[in-house]
Design a binder for this molecule. Structure first.
Ligand SMILES: *Cc1c(COP(=O)(O)O)cnc(C)c1O
Length: 352
């Protein structure tokens, strides 16, 4: 008898990424700087000192302390994960039970609904307003009237590049009974974080990643920041050796260089502002660009009915960007990468 996959597995496909061989990669919102160019020796030394025959520290103590120090918060509130991706899965699978309702907003990061589906949760996907902003009052009312177990959203949002102000996030957290998971993957490009409030609200979890402004996507490291009750449960539910020793050692070394990370972050914000201005200028001339959103992240979100065609043409010219339906998402790169993108983009627009 042939082995049969269940229905759930038959209906899913591997997460699609673009080929890593594109010379200009503006498709994954990564940092355009490799911090190892500056402090590679220090990272190398930290990795060399690892006892490779031993299991890693299950509490990831050193790197968790470095992370907490970076943000001026308490390490007791922080749980390390193998990317914040692992933490999203862990939270959805352990804080909710099969059939519980999780609210996602649309559009938002696709992994929330995917992990919700894998964990057999009921996913209620609430559409955002016409301008892609979030009406916090409406969302809170929905959560309270529909027996919702958790709401998860990214702030600022991937892919819309828009942010919800701290006051509004607080209003949501205060006014709902359910768990509120705020994914702040891009918050370092803005500054409306609620990471300092997890002791005040026992239904709040803030997710952070080292993959974006910190430039450590290769290492796979993220953190869940929450109060005692949630943190104790998370630590009990996680797999014991979830963050490997190379990641722990290398990331601790990087996190101790706060000013360097801040410098790169500032440069990426600058790069995004320039990219956004240039795309806005193009939108005045080429009406296929319907809208350029006001980004508070390291990427620019653009509405165009030709998104797919444009992204395919860009890719054939060596420039990778993301397209999603009638939108393009373009990560801010180095000055050179941005100018290559803009040159090719302008030419493609003029030929449409
Ligand atoms: C990139 C990204 C992450 C990061 O995930 P990691 O697993 O830490 O690399 C999380 N949430 C959002 C919204 C993202 O865009």
């Amino acid at each position: 008898m042939a082995y049969e996959l269940n229905k759930k597995l038959k209906s899913i496909e591997p997460y699609e990424t673009l080929p890593v061989t594109s010379p200009v990669r503006l498709d994954a919102n990564e940092s355009c700087y490799n911090i190892a160019d500056k402090i590679g020796d220090i990272i190398g030394k930290a990795v060399k000192d690892i006892e490779f025959n031993r299991y890693p520290d299950p509490t990831a103590k050193k790197v968790t302390e470095a992370f907490a120090t970076f943000y001026g918060i308490k390490p007791e509130n922080c749980t390390a994960g193998n990317g914040s991706d692992e933490l999203i899965f862990l939270i959805l699978s352990s804080f909710l039970e099969k059939g519980d309702t999780v609210v996602t907003l649309s559009p938002d990061f696709s992994m929330y609904a995917f992990y919700g589906f894998l964990n057999e949760l009921k996913i209620r996907n609430l559409p955002k307003e016409d301008d892609l902003k979030i009406d916090v009052g409406k969302v809170a009312e929905y959560c309270n009237n529909n027996d919702v177990g958790a709401i998860i959203f990214s702030n600022p949002c991937n892919p819309t590049s828009l942010g919800v102000r701290r006051q509004d996030v607080i209003r949501l957290v205060k006014n709902v009974y359910c768990l509120v998971i705020v994914d702040e993957a891009y918050m370092d490009f803005w500054g409306e974080s609620v990471i300092d409030l997890t002791d005040e609200y026992d239904n709040l979890v803030v997710l952070k990643t080292c993959s974006k402004n910190m430039g450590m996507a290769a290492l796979r490291l993220g953190f869940a920041v929450a109060g005692d009750k949630i943190t104790t449960a998370l630590r009990a539910a996680k797999s014991p050796y979830n963050v490997n020793a190379v990641t722990q050692a290398a990331a601790a070394a990087v996190l101790n260089h706060k000013s360097l990370i801040m410098e790169y972050t500032a440069e990426m914000i600058n790069s995004r502002k320039q990219l956004q201005n240039s795309i806005c200028e193009l939108s005045e001339r080429y009406f296929t660009i319907e809208k350029v959103y006001d980004s508070v992240t390291n990427f620019v979100f653009v509405k165009t009915p030709k998104a797919q065609e444009i992204s395919e043409k860009l890719l054939s010219r060596g420039v990778a960007v993301r397209y999603m339906g009638s939108y393009l998402r373009i990560t801010a790169g180095t000055e050179e990468e941005n100018s290559i993108f803009l040159r090719e983009f302008r030419e493609i627009l003029s030929l449409l």
